[in-house]
Design a protein around this ligand. Sequence first.
Ligand SMILES: *[C@@H]1O[C@H](CO)[C@@H](O)[C@H](O)[C@H]1NC(C)=O
Ligand SMILES: *[C@@H]1O[C@H](CO)[C@@H](O)[C@H](O)[C@H]1NC(C)=O
Ligand SMILES: [Zn+2]
Length: 291
Amino acid sequence: MKTQAAASIFFLATSLPTALGWGTLGHQTVAYIATNFGCATKTKFQGILGDTSTNYLASVATWADTYRYSDEGTWTAGFHFIDANDNPPSSCGVDYSRDCGDAGCVVSAIKNYTSRVQSTSLSDADVTTAAKFIIHFIGDIHQPLHDEGLDLGGNTIDVTFDGESTNLHHIQWDTNMPEKYVGGYALSDAKTFAATLTTKIKTGSYKSEKASWLDGIDLSDPVTSATSWANDSNAYVCSTVMPDGISAVEKTDLSGAYYTKAIPVVELQIAKAGYRLAAWLDLIATGETGL
Ligand SMILES: *[C@@H]1O[C@H](CO)[C@@H](O)[C@H](O)[C@H]1NC(C)=O
Ligand SMILES: *[C@@H]1O[C@H](CO)[C@@H](O)[C@H](O)[C@H]1NC(C)=O
Ligand SMILES: [Zn+2]
């Protein structure tokens, strides 16, 4: 216990300022949405993850970020994003062969761990790890700045939010905006936010578009499937993240009009990520999406 507490204090002290992907709230919300939709997923992934509680996806949703910032996991850092070499705001787009790179990216990682989670020859521990990576990476790929190379995905663009100094990428898009909107970042906040978004998908404003979110989804072609999610997400870099270029956001407080315009995209991308995660896990479990 002592060692664990010391390790987590060390982690908080050294990593929090720039570390967290969608942030805890975003990743856990994505996981709960997938839990709400995935029927076939439940038995299969509760088994793989060794957790029969209703938090079976949410409780492992940020493991990949913790691992990435540990000494043994540094090598996986590049799996959390794809650096599109596009030219926002005038032109956006992800091109897998141009942008993924030899060391891998979030698209190749989704491919690799989708193959590994279905393996019958790997150890149970390796299959469990593969599941945890997929649950996290399908969240990451839906954050527009995880699909952008410019200024390290916005990490070097200094902004403020409610007066607090931060940067455009992690804190602003991943964390500050969803947390301001939801009003907290506890597991219970994620569950409530997921319930709201689940209702929007089932019967609300996303009902008519949700089928299109699964266009082209193909478990046998993870690169094409995941590249289309990345490309879809990256388009918001041009339309919403920096529609007037870097100079319009740099050193600016983004908690007002910018936030108001951005928050529907944050919600939409979290909803899509959860729905697509449910579909992907269902495909792994049964070969069909069940949605
Ligand atoms: C696939 O995952 C395994 C286990 O994490 C890793 O050792 C390997 O390098 C990965 N391969 C690719 C191409 O990413
Ligand atoms: C990416 O999206 C653009 C439109 O925004 C489209 O023209 C292009 O074909 C898409 N590319 C991929 C790989 O999906
Ligand atoms: Zn991540």
